[in-house]
Design a protein around this ligand. Structure first.
Ligand code: ADP
Length: 622
């Protein structure tokens, strides 16, 4: 990724280009406006200066003609020689010149010779001079009047010559000439705001607000023209230097963009005289002259530059504003897009959640169905298990039946003997012996009742309800049940039941069933032994109630160890063992929350251990 300044380079370039473009445009526009304004002002100035010049010249225009009204003047021109008259005319002209404020007034005869002059007193007076070469004389002789700007041949004084023919009724007698100084006008021009000048038909500046410009040429003069000046002595052999004005562009209404490059001062009065100007010219009516007003472009340039600057800065500002707005718009767009994406994600999530919820509810339904099914199966299983337990019990009873039958036979035989003897003793009248016999009969009946009641209790279907049971008591009940068998086998039962005896939450009937089964198996294992010994330990330890039955038989074979709790695994002969005893016992103990395990004792024989959670004192009374 380019570094920050580099990344902004194109924008910066664009900004600079726009600034330059707008600056240039504003500059051009301001310049056009400024030029138009300058043109209007220039035209006003032209009007003003033309009017003032015309007024100045017009003041004297009539003067030469009025000399024709003077008889003396006409007379002087008419006669060949007349000193006295000449003197009078000289004095008259002198006075007139003084009053009119002109430079000089003189009269020339048709030969071109000055016959009278206002400056007659001066040594360099024109009198007697031949001025037939002067254009104004020729012009007047040819057309009746002549006008000419020129520099005096005698005193080198520049002035405007106004000539008019003087004639009597029939012929031309001569020419009256007035030389007017334009200095006065020039002085008033020096206060103008912009330089102005009057150039003659030759393009020579004859009048100007800048003294330095006088007798400068606006256009190059060819040799022929220059030599004609020598003849007429129009500029009295003055060096006519070029003004150094070059035209740059030409506008409408005779306006031109010019540049003046000239040695010397750059500023005269209040305005600069070199540089670029707007030049506006107009021919001066009644003269071959041209009035030119020059307006410096400095101000226009300054205004154009400042406008260009403002435009460039404005453009930069607008550009920045645009950038900022664009950035804001982009951010807004991004935010909207992000929001849209978020909304989309949210919608998608919602859709998925809906979908999953659907799935979930379907799964939930499935699960519930499954649970219901499991419960049903569990119930079926439990029912089957109950049935199995019951079957197990009946099997045990079956096993016990021989012993019980034997157990009952004995008292029954005794009862038969006792009752037979009793009848005989009664017949003999031996009542005490009869009583003893009857008491013996009652005892035997009680014993038989006890055996059958135990068997009934054992055969009874269990409620399946768990309640606190004293384990040693349950053991006693189991042993009582097995009593006939134990006695028959002459088995020795070694019991360890420490006080306080352990209690556990279980079903007493079922626990007895388990114990009958374990002790029965132990007896089976020691079948044939003269004194089978069974050691039964019952104790509570580490929150567990333990009850172990150990025999001294052959122990558990490897195969038996592997399949001990599997249904229908038995090593006993058909009809003796079903192979359900341990399976049912393990199931019963599992229902109590305990475990049943079988192992071989290190000293021989098998040991079966039953473990059920121990009930503490408080729990027993719940
Ligand atoms: P049954 O007694 O009907 O065979 P059991 O489930 O009670 O069924 O016993 C399964 C088998 O486990 C027996 O057949 C026997 O091989 C073995 N067994 C059980 N208890 C002992 C024991 N105390 N000593 C040796 N083997 C035993």
């Amino acid at each position: 990724m380019p570094s920050r300044p580099l990344r902004h380079l194109p924008i910066l370039m664009l900004l600079l280009a726009l600034m330059a473009l707008s600056g240039f445009g504003a500059h051009r526009f301001a310049q056009q406006l400024g030029l138009a304004e300058l043109q209007t002002t220039g035209l006003h100035r032209l009007d003003l200066y033309t009017a003032s010049l015309e007024r100045e010249i017009g003041k004297y225009a009539f003067l030469p003609g009025t000399l024709g009204l003077e008889r003396d003047v006409l007379a002087l021109l008419g006669q060949a020689d007349g000193d006295k008259l000449a003197h009078q005319v000289n004095v008259y002209l002198e006075q007139l010149n003084e009053r009119a404020g002109t430079l000089s007034i003189y009269v020339i005869n048709t030969a071109g010779k000055v016959v009278a002059s206002s400056n007659w007193r001066r040594a360099d007076s024109f009198i007697g001079e031949d001025l037939s070469f002067r254009p104004y004389f020729r012009e007047a002789m040819a057309s009746g009047s002549g006008r000419f700007f020129g520099i005096g041949t005698t005193r080198g004084e520049p002035g405007y010559y106004l000539a008019s023919t003087l004639s009597d009724d029939s012929r031309t007698l001569g020419v009256a000439v007035i030389k007017v100084s334009l200095e006065q006008l020039e002085k008033s021009w020096s206060t103008v705001e912009a330089p102005a000048m009057v150039s003659d038909e030759n393009g020579v500046v004859i009048l100007g607000s800048v003294a330095d410009w006088k007798f400068a040429t606006l256009r190059p003069l060819d040799e022929a023209t220059r030599s004609s000046f020598d003849q007429t002595q129009q500029y009295n052999r003055r060096a006519l230097k070029a003004l150094g004005m070059t035209e740059i562009t030409e506008f409408e209404h005779g306006a031109r963009l010019v540049s003046i490059a000239r040695d010397g001062p750059e500023i005269v009065g209040v305005y600069p005289i070199t540089g670029r100007f707007l030049a506006q010219s107009r021919p001066l009516p009644g003269t071959p002259w041209t009035l030119t007003v020059l307006s410096h472009l400095e101000q226009v340039d300054e205004i154009a530059q400042s406008r260009a600057m403002v435009a460039a800065v404005g453009t930069a500002f607008l550009f920045m504003l645009g950038l900022m707005l664009d950035e804001r718009r982009r951010r807004l767009k991004d935010r909207l897009a992000a929001r849209e994406a978020l909304q989309k994600a949210h919608d998608e999530l919602e859709r998925k959640v809906d979908e999953r919820t659907g799935d979930l509810s379907a799964a939930n339904q499935l699960l519930q169905d499954e649970i219901t099914e499991r419960i049903r199966a569990e119930r079926t299983l439990r029912a089957a298990q109950d049935e199995l337990v019951q079957a197990g019990k009946l099997a045990v009873i079956g096993q016990l039946s021989a012993g019980i039958a034997h157990e009952l036979n004995q008292p029954l035989a005794a009862l038969r003997t006792l009752s037979g003897n009793g009848v005989r003793f009664l017949e003999r009248g031996d009542l005490p012996t009869t009583r003893t016999n009857l008491e013996r009969i009652a005892q035997l009946v009680d014993r038989m009742g006890l055996i059958t009641s135990q068997l009934r209790t054992f055969a009874r279907k269990s409620s399946g309800k768990l309640q606190p049971v004293a384990l040693c008591q349950a053991l006693e009940n189991a042993l009582a049940l097995l009593e006939p068998r134990l006695r028959q086998a002459e088995a020795e039962i070694v019991r360890h039941c420490p006080l306080p005896e352990p209690w556990a939450r279980c079903d007493a009937n079922r626990l007895e069933q388990v114990l009958v089964n374990l002790i029965g198996n132990a007896l089976d294992a020691m079948d044939g032994q003269p004194v089978p010994r069974i050691e039964i330990d019952c104790y509570g330890c580490d929150g567990q109630a333990w009850l172990s039955v150990r025999d001294h038989g052959a122990g558990l074979a490897a195969e038996a160890l592997a399949h001990l709790f599997e249904p229908f695994f038995t090593t006993k002969a058909a009809g003796v063992g079903l192979g359900l005893g341990l399976t049912i016992s393990a199931g019963i103990v599992r229902d109590f929350g305990g475990t049943l395990s079988g192992a071989n004792h290190p000293d021989g024989g098998a040991v079966f251990t039953l473990q059920i959670p121990l009930l503490d004192e408080a729990e027993r009374h719940d």
